[in-house]
Design a protein around this ligand. Sequence first.
Ligand SMILES: Nc1ncnc2c1ncn2[C@@H]1O[C@H](COP(=O)(O)OP(=O)(O)OP(=O)(O)O)[C@@H](O)[C@H]1O
Ligand code: NI
Length: 312
Amino acid sequence: MNSLTVTGLSVSFHIPGAVVRAVGDASFTVRPGRCLALVGESGCGKSVLAHALLGLLPGNARTSGSAVLTEGGTATELIGASERTLAERVRGRSIGLIPQSPATHLTPVRTARAQLAEALRELGRRPESADELARRFGLRPADLDRYPHELSGGMAQRVANTMALAGDPWLLLADEPTTGLDRDLVERAMATLRELCDEGRAVLLITHDLRAAERVADDLAVMYASRIVELGPAEEVLNRPHHPYSAGLFDAQPHRAFVPVPGMPPELTALPAGCAFAPRCPHRTALCDELPVRGARAACHHPLVHQEGSRA
Ligand SMILES: Nc1ncnc2c1ncn2[C@@H]1O[C@H](COP(=O)(O)OP(=O)(O)OP(=O)(O)O)[C@@H](O)[C@H]1O
Ligand code: NI
């Protein structure tokens, strides 16, 4: 079975006079038929993690750890892979990228058809299959003859999805696919991701929209200040979070308690040696000066305990 297994992935950026530790020791697996949502506040390292998997980090980035893409019995290490391998075999073919903002992702001066045909050509597929592919996403051939500004938000989203799927990737990476969309389109985008999962693709959804994550995720990873602090079945994590930060993040949501976590996350240039959440954590003890490792669920010395049948 295909899989993407990330183990101990770390990314830092070297900038004048400082090191930004953007991703620390991330580990997770993504499998066909499942959607893993990676949630966390702005700046915690989600996009950097995604870019590391696709070899899209800038020159000042230092990466360590491993991300193995297994397909049909062949394993490819993505970290440190050549640009050629990534461009010819990985991006668009194994891993499809669903863009952040479908409308702006498209070039304004060319029709949707021209752009889709080019994507197909680059993947070595028949440009004539554009109509067929588009139909799958509920687009009519005439829609493809429009320029991006002539497409509604929903149509632009479908065109972007069609392009992401042009190379028939088994794994889809969606980094904030719902940015700037109204609730209706968010709902539709999530329904599409769910369908793609249900037809056997794997989805890695990166978002700070917890409601969107709740809607589709099978598994949920919570990231705080560069680290995945909790990972588990979405239903479990959402209703019975083990990490105090997860609980705080969920309670801060407008559709939940709407109570923010006091304080601010640390600067990624000055992360503490121990638990990065400790300074804001009501449960901290001296133990928290030491970095907790993630076991089955949460990276926390004092995981929350939930009584049977209770809700967090
Ligand atoms: N090229 C770079 N050089 C230095 N720091 C960088 C660079 N790229 C990203 N960073 C820093 O890495 C950290 C993580 O950024 P990232 O874009 O992954 O956040 P994010 O979780 O995706 O946030 P958002 O929800 O806002 O998209 C940020 O502090 C950012 O400033
Ligand atoms: Ni991001």
